[in-house]
Design a protein around this ligand. Structure first.
Ligand code: IPE
Ligand code: IPE
Ligand code: MG
Length: 238
């Protein structure tokens, strides 16, 4: 039987863009006596179900944080695992995402010598394959950091050009994406960890104790229902 969205979601007040900080894989694995990498592997089902849930309710933009510019500080084995894992997940899933009408994009520092070329190649193949899709924009933040993004944008400013918010914004990694309305972080940590710093300035933040491998579309729907109860003012008054 097809899964029904929670009735509490108002389809007319859907956020346009939801960001997800997929955290807690290591703790999920540890609780089971498994290596941390088993937690990353278990995150694949969470991602696929979240994407399916987004498609189900007609969400237009979903951005997931897969690897931060600070995650290079992890042990080399885990970094290597994560790079292979991300490349292989994409290899396994890109046709399925493509058939579902998902457009895949990557944000992050691509021309970084630390980032394996095979990962960049696979990312760009997935982008090219899905470029015409319109149902859902799935953006994967890989080797992404908000500081790096703003630095990279500022470096591209023409030396004598006007410097204003528009000049910086238009040079971010994917300026065509709307700002996230809602950022969800799993695993009980209450911080942003350098995710969408510029774009998330007015995002509603939602923290859930669910560990990422246990996250499913119902958790996304519950987050959106909570978002719909919030009052957004953008500095103005109601
Ligand atoms: C999130 O899970 C995945 C990445 C950051 C790549 P973690 O690996 O951070 O899991 P915890 O936070 O240690 O439980
Ligand atoms: C944030 O999680 C990065 C990703 C989910 C990819 P971390 O686990 O790296 O964040 P911190 O170190 O706890 O802030
Ligand atoms: Mg973590």
């Amino acid at each position: 039987m097809p899964h029904q969205p929670l009735p509490t979601i108002d389809p007319k007040k859907l956020p346009k863009h939801v960001g997800v900080i997929m955290d807690g894989n290591g703790r999920w694995a540890k609780a089971r006596g498994l290596p941390r990498t088993a937690g990353h592997e278990a995150g694949e089902d969470a991602l696929v179900d979240t994407v399916d849930g987004a498609l189900e309710i007609g969400l237009k933009y979903l951005t997931v944080y897969a690897f931060s510019t600070e995650n290079w500080r992890r042990p080399p084995d885990e970094v290597r695992f994560l790079m292979n894992y991300n490349r292989e997940l994409l290899t396994r899933r890109r046709d399925e995402f493509n058939e579902k009408g998902v457009r895949i994009r990557f944000i992050g520092r691509r021309n970084d010598r630390k980032l394996p070329r095979s990962v960049v190649r696979m990312a760009e193949e997935a982008e090219d394959l899905t470029v015409k899709n319109k149902k859902l924009n799935l953006t994967i933040a890989l080797n992404y950091g908000g500081w790096a993004e703003v630095v990279d944008a500022v470096k591209q400013l023409p030396p004598k050009g006007k410097i204003d918010e528009k000049a910086i914004r238009s040079r971010l990694y994917a300026p065509e994406l709307p700002d996230p309305d809602l950022i969800v972080r799993t695993s009980g940590e209450k911080r942003i960890s350098n995710f969408l710093l510029w774009q998330g300035a007015y995002a509603e933040l939602l923290f859930t104790d669910v560990l990422w491998p246990d996250f499913r579309r119902d958790d996304l729907f519950a987050a959106i229902a909570e978002y719909q109860r919030r009052s957004r003012r953008f500095g103005a008054v109601d």
